[in-house]
Design a protein around this ligand. Structure first.
Ligand SMILES: CC(C)(COP(=O)(O)OP(=O)(O)OC[C@H]1O[C@@H](n2cnc3c(N)ncnc32)[C@H](O)[C@@H]1OP(=O)(O)O)[C@@H](O)C(=O)NCCC(=O)NCCS
Length: 190
């Protein structure tokens, strides 16, 4: 970005800057696919008092918010589109509690891409920074849809496996998606 443009952006108020950023998006070639590794991402945060529930553990909602934010990062990185919306939280399993003072890490990777939708697999761990014990505390699948300037679903790049391991992950995710569609259709007709 040119220096004068940067100075101009600095002078804008944050709302105009945000609107400007969305208006002047670079054109993305949606036919150019990416691997799973391209967008894989981990978000970490130390759990503080503000994250507590009434029992003094970490509130489930605090973990859910972290998951939604962390998984969206993956969808944005893959699609290179800042306008992705959460369409569905497919599953959300709480496996063990997290405690104030734990370092919570949300590990996210894209496993399935449709035309405009992206399914992110999420694994959440909590680390006791003193004992260094790491526990798996939650898992989830979250589906995002990319939107264009008119807030309509817009195509995203395909997911291209980089190796055999990625190919297997994508194949399993496709089976999962087909299975879910069958359940959705059965429930609709019920
Ligand atoms: C998600 C949303 C954009 C989908 O709009 P829509 O008009 O139903 O879009 P379409 O029917 O064309 O579907 C678009 C894609 O989304 C997928 N999709 C839509 N709803 C879905 C759901 N509930 N679960 C899984 N996938 C879904 C479709 O399968 C399709 O995928 P594909 O293009 O990869 O085949 C719309 O429902 C919406 O805006 N929801 C609110 C999102 C929101 O506010 N989230 C919370 C804050 S971020």
């Amino acid at each position: 970005m040119a220096r004068s443009q940067r100075q101009h952006n600095k002078r804008m108020n944050p709302f105009d800057r945000l609107a400007d950023r969305h208006r002047n998006r670079p054109k993305i070639d949606a036919s150019q696919g990416h691997s799973i590794a391209f967008s894989r991402s981990t978000t970490r945060r130390l759990m503080e008092l503000i994250d507590a529930n009434s029992q003094g553990n970490v509130h489930g909602g605090a973990i859910m918010r972290m998951v939604d934010e962390a998984a969206a990062v993956v969808a944005i990185k893959h699609s290179r589109n800042p306008s992705v919306v959460t369409a569905r939280v497919e599953t959300f399993n709480f496996l063990a509690p997290a405690f104030i003072g734990d370092l919570v890490s949300v590990h996210c990777e894209l496993q399935y891409v449709g035309r405009t939708s992206m399914e992110v697999s999420v694994e959440v761990t909590a680390e006791d920074l003193i004992t260094r014990e790491i526990r798996k505390i939650a898992s989830s699948y979250v589906i995002y849809v990319a939107l264009d300037e008119n807030r309509q679903p817009t195509p995203v790049p395909p997911l291209i496996p980089a190796d055999e391991e990625e190919a297997t992950i994508i194949k399993q995710a496709r089976l999962r998606r087909e299975h879910r569609k069958q359940i959705d259709d059965a429930l609709k007709n019920h």
